[in-house]
Design a protein around this ligand. Sequence first.
Ligand code: ADP
Ligand code: MG
Length: 375
Amino acid sequence: MWGITIIACMSFPVVFGQNARLELRIIPLLFGTLYGGFLSGIFLSALIILYRLYFGIDIGFYNTVLVLLFSLPVILYFQKSFASSKKDLRVKIAVGLSFYYCFIGLTFFGILRDFSIDYLKVQIIHLIFAVVVTWFFAMLEETIREIHQLRLELHNSEKIRVISELTSVFAHEIRNPLQVTRGFLQLLNEPDLPDQKKEYIQISLEELDRANEIINDFLSFGKPSIYNNERIDVGYQLQRVVNIIQSYTLNHNVEIKTDILANCWIYANPQKLNQSLINILKNAIESMPNGGIVWITCTSTNDGYININIKDQGIGMTKKQIDMLGSPYYSLKESGTGLGMMVSFQIVRSFKGKIQVNSEKDIGTEFIILLPKIT
Ligand code: ADP
Ligand code: MG
């Protein structure tokens, strides 16, 4: 892409005086080298020389080669520190190198061709223009990168928060089957055993399996997601999410009722989908301080979507509150972060899905998540 930009720059220069051309090839060359590294720099420079050769060998060609000879090593030298610097320093390096390149260009122009005040004026305008454009694009690029990075960190911190919140409940949940097992093992130790020996062992094994399952689900939720989408069965993931959240519902006196259609395939990242569903489910559970029922259904619509419906009997929201949903840090809870909904919305959007919210104060809330279906 940088190469194409260079060719475009060189093909449409501004010509002034005796066959002197001015253009902004430095910008793609600079950004291509700074962000792309050593090989890109060599490739782009070779491209410039070859393409200039195509226009014929004249004084302009020697000028091009000499300027590259003097500036490329400097750009490559700074590329290393550029790669490991923060935003502000990066912008400074880019602007400095752009200035240096233009200055070298201006100097050789003066040496190789006749020096005149008029040429110098034009050259200085060119230099200022190139430096300002470099500054603008470096700022733009770095700001976009920064925003992207922040967004990634936000996802992770929200996930860690949910994990730490769920951890104590999980520990409790794992202790239950262990204690049951311990009780039965103690019974098995009695000298005169009743006939239920087999049954005791069976129950103990089931309880241990259950503990194992809880640990597995917990671990798979905490695993950093490798950002790959795959073909996944929504019903299966929903079931897993319900398993993960089960202990949390018991604590809140909430019952989950599911009606899940089999074979609902979508193309998504399972860990991210789970994270987004858990955030929504947690809110549904938390909206019912005195307990209640959460209904989860999964159906397939006629217009090509999988419809996941999560409905609670909680405190509900007003129209205004629904509109605020998904804005960062919007929370009505004492210890809320107001990030859960934002992350969920972002994740669903990244799968090309939609979320609709219907809610009535003191009656309940319904989340409708539509995800594009695949066969
Ligand atoms: P948090 O849960 O940390 O407050 P969220 O982004 O998950 O942050 O939710 C933002 C706010 O949206 C909540 O504080 C709550 O007021 C409201 N909300 C979300 N889901 C529901 C729901 N199912 N019922 C009622 N209010 C809800
Ligand atoms: Mg929440």
